[in-house]
Design a protein around this ligand. Structure first.
Ligand SMILES: N[C@@H](CCC(=O)N[C@@H](CS)C(=O)NCC(=O)O)C(=O)O
Length: 218
């Protein structure tokens, strides 16, 4: 194992040894910020603004993440962690948090988080399709294909995951809350709440958590 990647809890004496590259509208970055708030680590990181798209990575931390994506967490030894799921799992371990169950329930938490991240992947690609391509070649068929992924995943959550959401706060539920917030932010016209009453009710409560209310996308 590369010793540089071992868990080295060096959070003390107010020194900020960790640097998080992020942008305020990023939903994947918001997952990390909610995780920080829920584990009590919010004040322990230095935040570094990054900006970019798949067509322009000049404002992205490409020295640390060759994929040119955010969020990206740089450790005190200069090594970087990405993507958001790796960062949140690292921060939770660093804080001794309970956002990833140690034994019973870990695979459910990870699968729910992957489902929410998949919603975000599709929703972010829809934004890039409109923002990064000339208008005349934006594909409605492709946009609808991405939305179909979102829609199926939301139905699966409504039908299969509500007991989990209503009884647990973990990185799965945080990722779902963040994904729904992003749909409201970028795709309000698609009205994700339609036909998903239980999920909509859960979201309206979950959005009131201080960790969510203080990290709204800008
Ligand atoms: N799977 C990654 C996705 C991160 C991601 O797509 N971030 C977007 C911003 S929300 C990005 O950096 N986009 C730039 C690009 O795709 O080149 C994660 O979970 O962190």
């Amino acid at each position: 194992m590369n010793p540089a990647y071992t868990l080295a809890p060096k959070i003390n004496q107010g020194e900020k040894e960790l640097k998080l590259y992020n942008a305020p509208p990023s939903p994947f970055g918001r997952k990390v910020r909610v995780c920080l708030a829920e584990t009590g680590l919010s004040g322990e990181l230095e935040l570094e603004a990054a900006i970019g798209t798949p067509l322009d990575a000049s404002g992205m931390p490409t020295d640390h993440n060759p994929l040119g994506k955010i969020p990206c967490l740089v450790l005190d030894d200069g090594h970087a962690l990405y993507d958001s799921r790796v960062i949140t799992r690292y921060l939770n371990a660093l804080a001794g948090g309970a956002l990833y169950p140690e034994e019973d329930g870990l695979w459910a938490t990870l699968t729910l988080e992957a489902t929410a991240d998949g919603i975000l992947d599709a929703a972010v690609l829809m934004v890039y399709e409109r923002r990064c391509r000339p208008e005349e070649i934006v594909s409605d068929t492709w946009l609808d294909g991405q939305w179909a992924k979102v829609s199926r995943a939301l139905d699966a959550i409504e039908n299969e995951w509500m007991d989990h959401l209503e009884t647990k706060i973990d990185m799965g539920s945080i990722a779902v809350g963040v994904a729904l917030g992003y749909l409201d932010f970028r795709h309000p016209e698609r009205n994700w709440r339609h036909g998903r009453k239980r999920l909509a009710e859960w979201e309206s409560d979950f959005a009131k958590r201080p960790s969510m209310a203080t990290t709204l996308p800008e």
